[in-house]
Design a protein around this ligand. Structure first.
Ligand code: SF4
Length: 357
């Protein structure tokens, strides 16, 4: 039985690291029941999703992340007309959000990042642009001789039409782990600097964790508490998205598989979503279960373990697919509704800022 003081602190949004460590080891039924209770308290029975499209504009990258299956030396780069064609297709299908992320090209300057946003906004002024990870913003600000501050880069991107940012490139926000899985990526304090600056400029972001590789339970918990601390200060996170590491077609996964470790199991995934809900309760309302990573059936079950959002229709998805995800690249709205209703919940289409449409 969970101690009542742990339950009381969770309801009050004051779960401690010791509580989280304890929760990581309690029987699943108790953990899921508490997470589900807090979900109901936070958002009721609505389960949201968004009509959106992913555009990964280039697969070329100077990065060296050991978990990456997306980077290609002779990769592609989409030119603006091709990007606009994809946006048009998405808008015609009812998408309200375009999510844009790509590799770090040596020749891409801040102006190029701004140019993509401006071209889309010029043709499709009402579409919401959810674009560029903190790593891309860092690259735009500091790469190819621009040498502007993060604040100036974000201000320029916002002026060009940036609405919100994905809080990706977070992986595990513990430097010892980052040094082993993505040594050339921005470090924890740099990630936090980009996110804090974005929030201060009124650019909301999501928050993510990529778990299930070399990190410990304590690392996951430290990550969650860092996110919670930032949120207490800025209130700039719209949602938290646990992303299980996909072990295929990448160096890190190959090493793990050689040692008999095939990445997260379904139980581990559900536990992660439940603990995120409990640690972040009263701080971040929305916990997303990614149907692309989990598959629609496990994502549906995650709705009973603290999650209240299923992400987006996507239309295309390259990053998870290249690392072994098999759930597909597009899920139509009637299928979202079907999954949600069959979980006994109420489907709601949302925009990027979680307003119902
Ligand atoms: S994860 Fe992103 S930054 Fe890292 S190598 Fe892959 S594309 Fe590049």
């Amino acid at each position: 039985m969970l101690p009542t003081d742990v339950i009381d602190r969770a309801h009050a949004g004051r779960c401690t690291k010791e509580d989280a460590l304890l929760l990581a080891a309690v029987p699943l039924s108790e953990l899921f029941a508490l997470a589900d209770e807090l979900r109901a308290e936070a958002v009721g029975d609505a389960v949201t999703y968004i009509l959106n499209r992913n555009i990964n504009f280039t697969s070329m990258c100077t990065g060296t992340c050991r978990f990456c299956a997306f980077r290609e030396d002779d990769g592609y780069k989409l030119e603006i007309p091709e990007i606009l064609r994809k946006v048009e297709e998405a808008v015609c299908a009812g998408a309200t959000e375009i999510c844009i992320q790509g590799g770090l090209r040596q020749d891409m300057r801040l102006d190029d990042y701004c140019g993509i946003l401006e071209s889309i906004k010029f043709e499709f002024p009402s579409v919401h642009l959810h674009a560029y990870s903190p790593m891309e913003v860092w690259h735009a600000a500091t790469g190819v001789g621009d040498g502007v501050s993060i604040r100036d880069a974000l201000t320029a991107l916002k002026k060009s039409g940036l609405g919100t940012m994905p809080g990706t490139a977070a992986e595990i926000l513990v430097d010892e782990v980052r040094a082993r899985i993505c040594p050339d990526k921005l470090n924890t304090s740099q990630w936090v600097e980009v996110i804090r600056t974005a929030h201060r400029l009124g650019i909301k972001t999501t928050a993510t964790i990529m778990y299930g590789h070399i990190e410990s339970v304590q690392d996951r918990i430290d990550h969650l508490f860092l996110i919670r601390d930032i949120q207490a200060e800025t209130h700039g996170f719209t949602e938290f998205v646990p992303l299980p590491f996909m072990p295929y077609n990448n160096e890190l996964g190959r090493t793990m598989i050689r040692n008999g470790n095939y990445g997260t199991t379904g139980i581990d995934d559900l536990r992660m979503h439940a603990i995120a809900r409990i640690v972040l309760h009263t701080h971040i309302q929305n916990i997303q279960a990614s149907w692309v990573k989990l598959g629609p059936k496990l994502a549906q079950y995650a709705l009973c373990c603290g999650a209240n959002d299923l992400g987006g229709t996507l239309m295309e998805e390259k990053i998870s697919k290249s690392a072994g995800a098999t759930a597909g690249e597009y899920m139509p709205p009637p299928e979202f509704d079907w999954i949600i209703r069959n979980a006994g919940r109420v489907p709601k289409v949302r925009n990027t800022l979680y307003e119902y449409i």
